[in-house]
Structures are given as structure tokens and as C-alpha cells.
Design a protein around this ligand. Structure first.
Ligand code: ADP
Ligand code: MG
Length: 305
């Protein structure tokens, strides 16, 4: 019995190991599939941003994940170089899809997206992704150390730079409290981080990367309100002079935006500054009033009045 037990147990371990590797292989093939779909065009050249003009333009962009269901119906807008444009709207309206298209996880079906006047399909993906920092709604971390996960934003960054970014993203104290600090392994096969902790790692990574174009997709939605306020201030500072697309769930964070777009069912139904949209008294004004009254509701927080 014992003789049999040992090999079987060993096989069990082996089986689990193989199964895990197969899952990884599955993922890898899924990623490769995506990469094949979104390949560099023949003769693609690096994105060039001479004179620092990193204007982002969406021109009549139409997009569907599946042919039967169009998600974006001819969306046009511009984020002038160095300015911040905000996108608000109900869940499912297509906001994250705008972010994914700009980062070129997918190609548009109609229209085009340009950065500094260059179609994102004509430049190398490496150079495009070099120029853009994205804090997505759901961050996936690498099965590697926290240090690696942050430094990934800028390979070659010094430990001090990694720490400074972690401090700005309010994740440093958490990191030094983990068993091996910055060397702690995270991800599926390491320390599991909460949604808010992952979000702060992604913010640290993006602050460290410091690229000319920024995308914040509900970047602080998983944070508690104290952390959210603190990090919003850091993000505002990071966005100074950068071409920034902010997808916001909390309208109070976009009042200063150069332009606010209200997206509904893949169509921009209103656009303007905060003041213009309030003046208009339509959808944005309603959303604003709703959030205001929700925030004014009595809570356990002490409001200094
Ligand atoms: P938002 O960020 O405004 O909540 P999304 O851009 O994430 O909206 O999604 C817009 C629509 O596209 C939703 O109806 C969503 O179900 C659909 N969608 C998102 N991702 C995919 C996908 N990978 N495949 C198919 N449909 C998708
Ligand atoms: Mg979204």
C-alpha cells in the first residue's frame, strides 16, 4: 500500500503542476491570439511626438466586440495635448471600451484614433504603449514581486523611484508590512491583494512610468473615501501637462476637466464644461444633483458644519 501511495501522491502533485501550467498556456495562447489580431502593420513606425504634441483624437469611431452588437456608434472627440477630458455615463455605456481602443487592445471598425496626428494602427504597439499609461478598472498583476510589478512601469527605475511612486499611490506602508516587503511575491501564486491594493499598485506603476498620455478608468473606484481623496490629488498632479482621458464614477473629480463627455449607449449625448452642462439642466445636471444628494445623506462620517 505504502509503495503505491507514494507514487500516486507524487502523480497528484505532478498532475496539479501540469494542470496549472496548462492553464497558464491557455492564457498565453489567448494573449497570443489577441496579439495576432492586433499586430503591427507592415512597415509600422514608432509613434513620434515632436514638440510634445500628444493630442488624442477619436474620429467617428464605431466598434463592436461581436458583429451583432455595436457598442460605440460614431464617437468623435478630442483631448487637446496636455488637457484632461472626462467621460461619464451609466455602466455599460462604453466608457472602458474607449480606454481599451485608445490603448489598442482592439482595433476600431470604423473611423480612426490618432495621437499626435498618427493613426494608432500605423505605429508600433511597443511605442504606442510606451506613450500611454493606463490605470484600468481591474488590474491584473504579474506573478512576481511587488517591486517588479511597480517597476514594470519603467524598467530600469531605481528602488528609490519605486518607493517614491508607491508612497504617492499610498501603497508603501502596506508593502513594508508584508512578509518580504518589496520582494513579496504577489498575484495568483503569491500574496493576494484586495481590489483597492491592486488599484494602488497600478497607480504607482503609472506614476513611475510618467508617460505623455494618461488613461484613468475609474482608477480609484475600489478605494475607501479617505484614500480616494488623497490619491485623487496625486492623480491630478500627475495629469498636469499630460493628455489625460479620465473615466469617472465620482463627478466631483471631473469638475475641472477641459471637457466632459456624457456617454449613453455608445453615443455622446452631451458635452461641455461642468458649468455649461449644469447650465444645460439635462442629463449631466441630473447626475450631478443625484450624487450631491447621495453625498449629503447623513452618514457616520463627521461633517464639519
Ligand atoms: P462601461 O465601462 O461604460 O461600463 P464597457 O465599455 O465596459 O462599459 O462595456 C460596454 C458594453 O460592451 C457592455 O454592454 C459590455 O457588456 C460590452 N462588453 C465589454 N467588454 C466586452 C467583451 N470583451 N466582449 C463582448 N462584450 C463586451
Ligand atoms: Mg467601465
Amino acid at each position: 500500500m505504502i509503495q503505491l501511495y507514494i507514487p500516486l501522491n507524487f502523480l497528484g502533485v505532478l498532475y496539479r503542476e501540469i494542470k496549472q501550467n496548462l492553464t497558464d498556456l491557455d492564457r498565453m495562447f489567448a494573449l497570443m491570439e489577441r496579439e495576432r489580431e492586433i499586430a503591427d502593420a507592415p512597415g509600422a513606425r514608432p509613434l513620434m511626438l515632436p514638440d510634445g504634441d500628444a493630442t488624442v483624437r477619436f474620429e467617428h469611431v464605431a466598434f463592436a466586440y461581436e458583429p451583432a452588437r455595436t457598442i460605440l456608434h460614431g464617437v468623435s472627440f478630442e483631448v487637446p495635448s496636455g488637457k484632461t477630458v472626462a467621460v461619464v455615463g451609466p455602466s455599460g455605456s462604453g466608457k472602458s471600451t474607449l480606454a481599451r481602443l485608445l490603448y489598442r487592445f482592439y482595433d476600431v471598425q470604423q473611423g480612426r484614433i490618432t495621437i499626435g496626428g498618427q493613426d494608432t494602427r500605423d505605429v508600433t504597439q511597443a511605442s504606442l504603449r510606451q506613450a500611454i499609461g493606463i490605470v484600468p478598472q481591474d488590474t491584473v498583476l504579474f506573478n512576481d514581486t511587488i517591486e517588479y510589478n511597480i517597476a514594470y512601469g519603467r524598467p530600469g527605475a531605481s528602488h528609490e523611484e519605486v518607493v517614491a511612486a508607491a508612497q504617492a499611490a499610498r501603497i508603501h506602508d502596506f508593502i513594508v508590512s508584508t512578509p518580504q516587503g518589496y520582494e513579496t511575491m504577489v498575484g495568483e501564486r503569491g500574496l493576494k491583494l484586495s481590489g483597492g491594493e491592486k488599484q494602488r499598485v497600478a497607480i504607482a506603476r503609472t506614476l513611475l512610468k510618467n508617460p505623455p498620455v494618461l488613461i484613468f478608468d475609474e482608477a480609484t473606484s475600489a478605494l475607501d473615501s479617505a484614500n480616494e481623496r488623497a490619491i485623487q490629488a496625486e492623480l491630478r498632479r500627475a495629469a498636469q501637462g499630460k493628455t489625460t482621458l479620465v473615466i469617472a464614477h465620482r463627478l466631483s473629480t471631473v469638475v475641472d476637466a477641459h471637457e466632459i463627455l456624457v456617454l449613453d449607449n455608445g453615443v455622446i449625448i452631451e458635452r461641455g464644461t461642468h458649468a455649461q452642462l449644469l447650465e444645460r439642466g439635462a442629463r449631466y445636471a441630473q447626475m450631478w444633483a443625484l450624487q450631491r444628494s447621495a453625498e449629503a445623506e447623513p452618514t457616520n462620517e463627521i461633517v464639519g458644519k
